[in-house]
Design a protein around this ligand. Sequence first.
Ligand SMILES: *Cc1c(COP(=O)(O)O)cnc(C)c1O
Length: 241
Amino acid sequence: MDYSYIKNNVTAVRATVDLAAKRAHRNAQEIRVVAVTKSVSEDVLPALLAEDVVDVAENRWQVARDKLSHPLADQFHWHFIGSLQLNKVKYIVPRFEWIHAVDREELYQALSSEATRLERTLQVLLQVNVAEEPQKHGFRLDDVTAAAKRLQGLPGISLRGLMTMAPMLGPESNVDVARDVFRTLCRLQGELRHTLSLETFDQLSMGMSDDYPIAIEEGATLVRVGRNLVGKQTTPEGDGL
Ligand SMILES: *Cc1c(COP(=O)(O)O)cnc(C)c1O
């Protein structure tokens, strides 16, 4: 498999990030591009590293496992972005630094126990189902503050912020829906940072291939980009937004 296309994709995505940051009068340095590698094999890792892409994300343990045994795996920061079953916590905690999609208190507590046992500190984000879509995971908007107050301070975890997924953008659909979701999450993160008096509650994981420029305009600090980075069809000009 030839991964030379990765270089072009990374260049295109970084240019898009820079433009979106500029439009929002933000510093592009505070935005981290996380490459979602779930749909490609571990052979992609050297090509990503060659372009200084050091943040990679997986959404299932079974798929992540092979990548984590790659000789270069330790060069990366690993992000777990999928929904997580309690019986997988013991596999995830030793290998992943960031957990983006914590959607219930029981999971947070299990992560805390396991991280404490291993003397690790996980960087954790609470997933919020902003649009209240029945098929999506995440805390309800109304429940996040109370949950964060209860969970803040548990050992083994640095509570870093919030994560969401916007409703799918169809070709004809209005980007305003995604923008509203991102803006709502950003406002909540700012309020919660204040309420919790937690300076390090400064991360917003939002935006995927179809909507990351909008997410950046609305405050994203972690964008999770799969297809546009590791999908072969992307060209530098083809990045769309
Ligand atoms: C797959 C996935 C992504 C990346 O999606 P693309 O559309 O390929 O960029 C981002 N976040 C989550 C939670 C995912 O499962």
